[in-house]
Design a protein around this ligand. Sequence first.
Ligand code: 3MF
Ligand code: MG
Ligand code: MG
Ligand code: MG
Length: 386
Amino acid sequence: TYQPKPEDKFTFGLWTVGNRGRDPFGCEIREAKTPAEIVYMLGEVGAYGVNFHDNDLIPIDATSGETEAIKGEFRKALKDTGLVVPMATTNLFYDPIFKDGAFTSNDPKVRAYALQKTMKAIDLGVEFGTGIFVLWGGREGTETDASKNPVDAIKRNREAINFLCDYALEKKYDLKFALEAKPNEPRGDIYNPTTGHMLAFIATLDHPEMVGVNPEVAHEHMAGINFMHSVAQAWEAGKLFHIDLNDQYPGRYDQDLRFGSRDLKAAFFLVKFLEDVGYAGSRHFDAHAYRTEDYDGVKDFARGCIRTYLMLKDKAKQWNADKEIQSLVSEINADDGAMNLFLGKYSAAKAAALKAQPFDRAAIASRGLKYERLDQLTIDLLLGSR
Ligand code: 3MF
Ligand code: MG
Ligand code: MG
Ligand code: MG
């Protein structure tokens, strides 16, 4: 049981299971693996796909000979394991040139280089069959607002994304972009800090239909936001193009914990949402193993992400089929139609009738809603007591 199937679309980044455990206070503790080796490891744990930043696959200074050799090995690993590449992205945060941003840098040379690098990363992703290109602007921010005008930053970001959409259109690539928000880390503050900000920004682009979001659990939790609500808003807007699953304690550094390992209940409602609405994209784990682990521990970590998702999917099915839970849900949502006269689309007659309608506020407010009972039934179910 809980064996992943290709249709579950579980994916990992090369940078996730390939993470070597470096942090701001300590060096790498796991040896480096090649992209091909990582693909075989992902094949072993039952992943469907692998995603990459341009430089996870091809080092930034690789010669064309090195590039071809790496691509060849990677392609062979994909063929041997059957893994696909549903998403690609570009690293616009690691190299020193991006220390003050990429698309939003004050230096036009940096902005131009960032565009060049991203076009090449798009070509690379498309070469491996990707349909989604994620943009996470890890350095698009400031430590001091003396350094940059936030309105200029928005305009520069817009100009860059418009440029890239036109590039993809001209190349006739079957490609959509997904913008990933994060409130801070590594910058003191990052522009468009939440998924909601990204959604508002997308509406101002030249080709909004080509651009959606890639919300990440940890990033919204860092902002103190209910992640599932952000996902729901993106979904309702037709903008949930991709998702980064992991976990995070609020108020801490970016932890990228194993999916569901911190807030099981939030993870449950997230999985239930994705499954209930029929989200058909990748279930991408953007997380990494604890620094205490060797590569056996990394596999435990990756299998754990998948297993927790599948167990929660099972629990969601159980929740939807549970008679007592469902009878409470129907009771909560009961509607005898008496208010239909007043609700829905505005009309002058409706407004006039509604203004004349008396309401017994105290009587309406006196009803207990049984949410305590409903929540405890959910907890019972999650803890296996139902
Ligand atoms: C950082 C992230 C990034 C993005 C990635 C784009 C390194 O907190 O989440 O991972 O997800 O750059 O996909
Ligand atoms: Mg992250
Ligand atoms: Mg991270
Ligand atoms: Mg991410």
